[in-house]
Design a protein around this ligand. Sequence first.
Ligand code: HEM
Length: 262
Amino acid sequence: MSTSVDRFDERARRTVERVGQTVVHRGELLRHPVYTRVLHWLVAIAFILALLTGFAIYSPWTYRFLAPLFGGGPRTRLLHPWFGLFFTIFFFFQFLNWFTPMIWNKDDTRWMKRIKQYSTNEEKVEPESVGFFNGGQKLYFWAIVISAVLFLITGILMWFDNLTGRWVVAVSYVIHDIAGLIMLAGFIIHIYEGTAAQPGTFRAMTNGTVTERWAWTHHPGWYRAVTGRDPRESYEREQRRMADRERAMEEWDRDQDARDQA
Ligand code: HEM
C-alpha cells in the first residue's frame, strides 16, 4: 500500500521524530516513538472535547455545567462537529500507523477466551503468544475504527441536515449515539487498564518507554522479539534476585539485632 496518504504519513513520522526525542535508559525498552505519542494525545484531546460537547448537546439540562465551558449552547453545537472531525482525522493517521501490529490472529482469539483470568490478574505473566498488543487492545482499536466510520458518516448526515431527509437524520442520531456509547465504554476500560490496573503502562505514552520487567510481564512475545531473550527465564531470574535480596536484608537485620544485644 503506497498511496500519497501513506507517503504523507511517512513524512509526518520523520518530521515529528526530528522535533521530539525519546530517551531510553538501561533496563528500559522503546515502546511508542514520538509520532505515535503525539497522534495518541491529539486523538485523546479531540475525543474528550467531542465527548463533552456531545453530552452538552445530548442532554442540555443534565449537563448544564458543560455548555458554558465552550461559550454557551449555540457555540457548543457549532464546535461539536469540528471536534468530531478532528478526532476522525487524527485517528485515521493512528490507524495507518498501527494497522500492522493491530492485525487480528489466532492467538488473539485464544487471548479473548481467557479474558477473565487476565482481568483478575490470575497469572503473574502473560503467555508468550502475546506480542506488541494483546487481544483486548486490538479489540478496542477495531471498535474505535468501526465506531469512527459510523460517527463520521452519521455526523456528516446530521451536520448537513438540510440536504438529507428527516428519517435519515433520525436514524443517524441513534447510530451516532450507539457508536459514542461503545467508544465511551471502551475509553473508561482503557483509562483503567492504562493507569491503575497495570502500573508502568502510562509512561509508555508519556516518556515512550517501559521497563523490561513490564515488557516480559505484559507482552512477552514482544520482549523476546526486541531483546532476543527468553521472557520466562528473565522473569525467573528476577524472582531469584528479589528472593536473594530479601534473604540478605533479613540476615542483615538479624546481625544488627545480635550486635545490639551484645
Ligand atoms: C485520556 C486518557 C487516556 C490515557 C491515560 C491513555 C493511555 C494509553 C496508554 C498508556 C497506552 C499504551 C498502552 C501500551 O503501550 O500497551 C494507550 C494506547 C492506546 N490508546 Fe490511549 N489513553 C487515553 C485516551 C485514549 C483515547 C481517547 C483513545 C481513542 C478514542 C485512545 C486510544 C488508544 C489506543 C487505540 C491504544 C492502543 C491500544 C491499547 O493500548 O489499548 N486512548 N493509551
